[in-house]
Design a protein around this ligand. Structure first.
Ligand code: AMP
Ligand code: MG
Length: 339
């Protein structure tokens, strides 16, 4: 398939909106990462998303809306906490989970009776939802398992030849996928950390429980509240190993393990003294910069032929938790504690 490379000009957006209406998947920019979008009400269109990504059928998709009023028909009931969270964070990088209505085929939700919905802030995403007239099911636009794409070039590297079109809207501002919070039970449950933090959700709702799958590996036979969490994810071809400790200890550890193919992925300003090739992904105290840079750094490590990527471990609170959660999966939970 010849993939169209579209800009965000009005004429190109009209082409993308038409493709979406016709049931073709189109990769689109959002403020979090690039999404692979298709009409959420159209089973064949949604099947093409799963096929293009190689995504397991039981891994549910997020449905994107372009205005608050578009939520009601998609779900069975809107709890008061959802209204408060929408007031605080929509449009923006927060996904909420509701009971699913019949308008959305169960395949979108991987067979679950719930539905994840987000109202993205990106003007191109909003324009495409509203011009196509479709609620858009859109997972990240990467091949299943690899790091999410935060640029049109990274999207093309995974999706060229597999989908109808890619809309280039520049770099994604946030850089990690949306926060996913379930509002199906009494208390909000954080299923995936993102730019909107658990602390911010608790400030609005009174509390926010963090699902244990956010920071630990599921045990054999345990059912994942968020099916996406059970897969190896976000991983480059290189083996990622997280190093948790101060800069000097990380430098010493990496240098002691120097060999062909070993790369460092460290914080800005902490690269001094490394004897192996390295990349950086933001300053230690700047979680926004880390979130923005982390996926592109993993992809760049692959482009440079890294075999092992020793990676400085981020903090585990606030926005750091989102970066940590992605790197922990990229590392298949391999963390070395250094002092
Ligand atoms: P992605 O589309 O790549 O951003 O991944 C979507 C994430 O949202 C995955 O981790 C899914 O498991 C999660 N998700 C989507 N829908 C649901 C749902 N109905 N219940 C629980 N988790 C969901
Ligand atoms: Mg994804």
């Amino acid at each position: 398939m010849n993939t169209l490379h579209l800009s965000d000009s009005p004429a190109d957006l009209a082409v993308a909106a038409r493709l979406l209406r016709e049931g073709e998947p189109v990769a689109i920019p959002t403020e979090t990462v690039y999404g692979l979008a298709a009409d959420a009400r159209n089973e064949q269109a949604v099947a093409k998303i799963f096929a293009a990504k190689g995504r397991p059928q039981d891994n549910p998709l997020i449905v994107h809306i372009g205005a608050w009023e578009q939520l009601r028909p998609l779900v069975k009931g809107i709890p008061p906490q959802a209204e408060k969270l929408a007031e605080a964070f929509w449009p923006g990088p927060l996904t909420m989970i509701f009971k699913r209505s019949e308008i959305i085929p169960s395949g979108v939700s991987g067979g679950l009776d719930t539905l994840a919905v987000r109202f993205p802030a990106h003007p191109v995403a909003q324009a495409l939802i509203n011009q196509s007239g479709c609620p858009l099911a859109a997972p990240s636009a990467n091949l299943s398992g690899s790091p999410s794409p935060t640029t049109a070039a990274a999207t093309a590297a995974d999706m060229d030849g597999r989908i109808a079109a890619i809309v280039d809207g520049g770099d994604c501002q946030v850089g990690v996928e949306s926060t996913v919070v379930s509002l199906v039970g009494q208390e909000p449950v954080l299923l995936r950390p993102g730019y909107v933090t658990a602390e911010q959700i608790a400030a609005v709702c009174g509390s926010c429980h963090i699902d244990e799958a956010v920071t630990s590996q599921l045990k054999a036979g345990q059912v994942a509240a968020s099916p996406g969490m059970k897969y190896k994810h976000y991983a480059p071809k290189a083996r990622v190993v997280l190093l948790d400790g101060p800069a000097a200890a990380i430098t010493d550890y990496i240098n002691a393990h120097a060999e062909a193919g070993v790369f460092g992925l460290v914080f800005d300003g902490e690269e001094k003294g490394l004897t192996v090739p390295y990349l950086t992904y933001g300053a230690r105290s700047d979680e926004e910069a880390q979130a923005h840079a982390v996926f592109e750094a993993l992809r760049e490590a692959d482009r440079r032929g890294a075999k092992i990527l020793y990676t400085a471990c981020p903090r585990t609170d606030g926005l750091g938790l989102a970066v940590y959660n992605r790197l922990l999966r990229a590392a298949a939970f391999e963390v070395i504690k250094l002092v």
